[in-house]
Design a protein. Structure first.
Length: 179
């Protein structure tokens, strides 16, 4: 039995969970999330708790069991308290700015990079170098943060680029003749 999949998910006050023919819908004070669930996994709601059961014991179904439970747990958590990712921009002249539904980045390219902010996410920029991404969907927050970091990942020689707050970048020594 999956250790993750067999854990019970408590439903907090103010949150409602309902099963759909092909998935689960979670409503809470911060919003509503809907997610499709695999056919081999059954979701039961009883007594203010959600349990996930699987129909077979093969390897793929066991993996989907834990995945389905984790997705529902993240949905329940997200509608109560939004998920947050923070990124920092390091480099001379590198900065970010939010203008309406667009995130504008100056990252040393010959042109500014403009990204449309997806629906359901809130972006805040502090001191032009710290970008805070907040939203109720853990997948959406993590994916947007990864896409943002991918534009200019931190390089190992000077450390310039976009990194997660608290991320350590291994620095390399440059050429011996450069010193």
């Amino acid at each position: 039995m999956s250790r993750v999949g067999r854990k019970v998910i408590p439903i907090p006050n103010g949150v409602s969970v309902e099963t759909l023919p092909d998935g689960v819908r979670v409503k809470g004070p911060k919003g509503t999330l809907t997610e499709r669930m695999p056919q081999r996994v059954a979701v039961q709601i009883a007594g203010g708790r959600v349990t996930v059961a699987r129909s077979a014991e093969d390897k793929d179904t066991r993996a989907l069991h834990g995945l389905a439970r984790a997705l529902i747990q993240n949905m329940v958590r997200g509608v109560v308290e939004p998920f947050v990712k923070e990124l920092e921009i390091q480099g001379v002249g590198y900065r970010a700015d939010v203008a309406g539904k667009t995130l504008k980045l100056l990252l040393g390219f010959s042109h500014p990079v403009e990204l449309a902010i997806p629906e359901g996410l809130k972006i805040a920029v502090d001191k032009n170098v710290t970008v805070r991404i907040e939203g109720i969907s853990r997948q959406q927050v993590g994916q947007f943060a990864a896409d943002l970091r991918r534009i200019r990942p931190p390089e190992p020689y000077k450390g310039k680029g976009i990194r997660y707050v608290g991320e350590r970048v291994r620095r390399k020594v440059g050429k011996a003749g450069a010193a």
